[in-house]
Design a protein around this ligand. Structure first.
Ligand SMILES: Cc1cc2nc3c(=O)[nH]c(=O)nc-3n(C[C@H](O)[C@H](O)[C@H](O)COP(=O)(O)OP(=O)(O)OC[C@H]3O[C@@H](n4cnc5c(N)ncnc54)[C@H](O)[C@@H]3O)c2cc1C
Length: 410
């Protein structure tokens, strides 16, 4: 089969790229190895799909820790505002929530995939259920793709196979191998936006406990703070998870460190002292182990009491000033040791990927092979939570689809 453009991967980036190329009049084939499109989109944002962040390109780039400069052109040509306009114009009403996170009004991620599928139908993209095996190159120019269904010839190929996380959605890292095979460098891939493991047994006891309005600080082994933020986190059977922890993981340079949780960020030392004294007055005849239930949920109260160094059977009215000071220190910096990240299969995104220095940031075209383009998570860029990663897919997909033909004509 011969066509102008082949897009490999019907995820967020691939669908946007294919529709854009077809809209410009190019015959376009979209290869997808799953029998369904957009499997990963359907599970994003806990099934609600946080499809972008309603912010300016400048604010956007502040949320991209890896290679933000590479994205400058793509984000400015197809910004979060353009994404919102695109989906609304294609019949998907949107709403903006806390932190400028944008969701479909329906709270249904499937509706994002449905909208893209309708866009592909309208623009005449041919969808083929096939697994790409190799990208074919002759004399430094792309000539097509070899798949498990045979060979497809094309003038341009857009590689949009995603990362290596949540492999059941189809993102199994095939694209890294295909790109490497034709000479591209792959920056080492690793889990990002991923839960963290802890050897501390109390995590398992606190499993399922979610803490809102706490400040999390991640320190490396030398004690240097790598991340600090106010928000929500969760204890699990293996350690820690939740939005703050996922974000902290993308700042983590080493495998080990310590997360310090300020359990009462709204109370400074004086206010916390006052609060503890008032509770101690109320419960002066109790044992200390039973004195923190007004401050914390039951299991956390028990854990804080156990870790405070104050014997549990101490009569509350005989807790010393020094012991109270140690308790305050624990409450303001509750330590959880970190022994590593959860496996890449459990990561929201994969960091690393095709080296940005080998891709033209204005077109997403390979600097090594004419007619080859990249889009989405396969590129060595990643962002924090908040709709930024899908925006990277939309912007780079749009840029690649829009550059077909144009950049090669130069
Ligand atoms: C649980 C979860 C929740 C998330 N929530 C959000 C969120 O709310 N907001 C946000 O911004 N980001 C979120 N993300 C991240 C976001 O989903 C990804 O960054 C984004 O989907 C990447 O898009 P992509 O098109 O590059 O890759 P993918 O979506 O991974 O798509 C790649 C496609 O390529 C196909 N493919 C792979 N290899 C081949 C091959 N050899 N031949 C043919 N097809 C192939 C795959 O089957 C897949 O369909 C979430 C991720 C996860 C895992």
């Amino acid at each position: 089969m011969r066509t102008n453009v082949i897009v490999i991967g019907a995820g967020a980036a691939g669908m946007m790229a294919a529709g854009t190329a077809a809209e410009r009049g190019y015959s376009t084939v979209l290869l997808e190895k799953n029998d369904k499109l957009g499997k990963k989109i359907n599970i994003t944002g806990k099934g609600r799909c946080n499809l972008t962040n309603d912010c300016t390109p400048e604010e956007f780039l502040k949320n991209v820790p890896t290679n933000p400069k590479f994205l400058f052109s793509a984000i400015n040509s197809f910004s979060p505002e353009d994404t919102m306009r695109f989906f609304e114009q294609h019949g998907l009403p949107l709403k903006t929530e806390r932190g400028n996170r944008v969701f479909p009004v329906s709270d249904n991620a499937f509706h994002v995939t449905d909208t893209l599928r309708a866009y592909l139908m309208k623009t005449g993209v041919k969808i083929v259920n096939a697994t790409a095996k190799h990208i074919l190159v002759e004399d430094g120019r792309v000539t097509g793709v070899e798949t498990d269904q045979g060979r497809f010839d094309a003038d341009s190929v857009i590689l949009a196979t995603g990362g290596a996380s949540y492999p059941t959605t189809g993102s199994t890292g095939d694209g890294y191998r295909m790109a490497e095979e034709i000479g591209h460098s792959i920056k080492p891939i690793q889990a990002s936006l991923v839960p963290l493991e802890s050897p501390d047994a109390f995590c398992e006891r606190l499993m399922g406990l979610s803490l809102r309005n706490v400040t999390v600080t991640l320190r490396n082994k030398k004690g240097k703070a790598e991340y600090t933020e106010l928000g929500e986190m969760l204890f699990t059977h293996f350690g820690l998870s939740g939005p703050l922890i996922l974000s902290a993981s993308s700042h983590m340079r080493e495998q080990e460190g310590t997360v310090y949780i300020d359990l009462k960020p709204g109370l400074d030392d004086a206010k916390l002292e006052k609060r503890i004294l008032s509770d101690f007055e109320k419960y002066k005849n109790r044992e200390f182990r039973n004195a923190l239930y007004d401050l914390f949920p039951t299991r956390l109260a028990e854990t804080v009491a156990a870790l405070s160094g104050i014997p549990g059977n101490t009569q509350v009215n005989s807790v010393t000033r020094e012991q109270r000071q140690a308790l305050k220190t624990l409450i303001k910096a509750f330590p959880v040791r970190i022994s590593g990240r959860r496996p890449i299969a459990e990561a929201i995104i994969t960091s690393g990927g095709v080296a940005t220095k080998e891709i033209d940031p204005h077109t997403m075209q390979s600097k090594l092979i004419s007619g080859l383009y990249f889009a989405g998570e396969i590129i060595d860029v990643d962002a924090y939570t908040g709709g930024f990663n899908l925006q990277i897919a939309w912007s780079t997909g749009r840029t690649a689809g829009y550059s077909i033909g144009r950049s090669e004509e130069k």
